[in-house]
Design a protein. Structure first.
Length: 135
């Protein structure tokens, strides 16, 4: 009888140990999944941020060249076509999208100019508050 009791105690201890380990494992799994999801979200946000910068920069460059060198709007379809020929796997650089990049860069430039002009007119005591509002 005593041996059966010892086996029962071993079994119950072993089962609770397994349950505790399973609980710890579930917590570990949950933490790892959470970290993976957070890293994936951060990566997506970083990529999106970089793409916005790229689109703004492309629009800014094309706009500046059109103004400086007197290029007309014919440069946009040609650029779209050449990008498609040279980088066929690249998506998002159609004639329409390049036009949108130029428009986007103009909007940003106009807003920055507006903020700069407003900043110049503000008394020094308000400049910190203004900076807090636009940042």
């Amino acid at each position: 009888m005593k041996e059966e009791e010892k086996n029962k105690q071993k079994t119950s201890v072993g089962e609770s140990e397994i349950q505790t380990k399973a609980g710890d494992f579930a917590l570990l799994l949950s933490e790892v999944k959470q970290r993976i999801q957070l890293a994936q979200t951060k990566a997506v946000l970083a990529v999106n941020s970089e793409l916005v910068r790229l689109y703004w920069d492309i629009g800014r460059i094309i706009n500046a060249r059109q103004k400086q060198e007197g290029w007309g709007s014919a440069v946009i379809p040609r650029l779209a076509r050449e990008l498609k020929n040279e980088l066929p796997e690249l998506k998002g650089f159609s004639e329409r999208n390049i036009g949108r990049m130029i428009a986007f860069s103009e909007i940003i430039r106009n807003r920055l100019q507006f903020c700069h002009n407003l900043w110049q007119k503000l008394p020094v005591r308000f400049s910190g508050r203004f900076l807090g509002l636009i940042m």
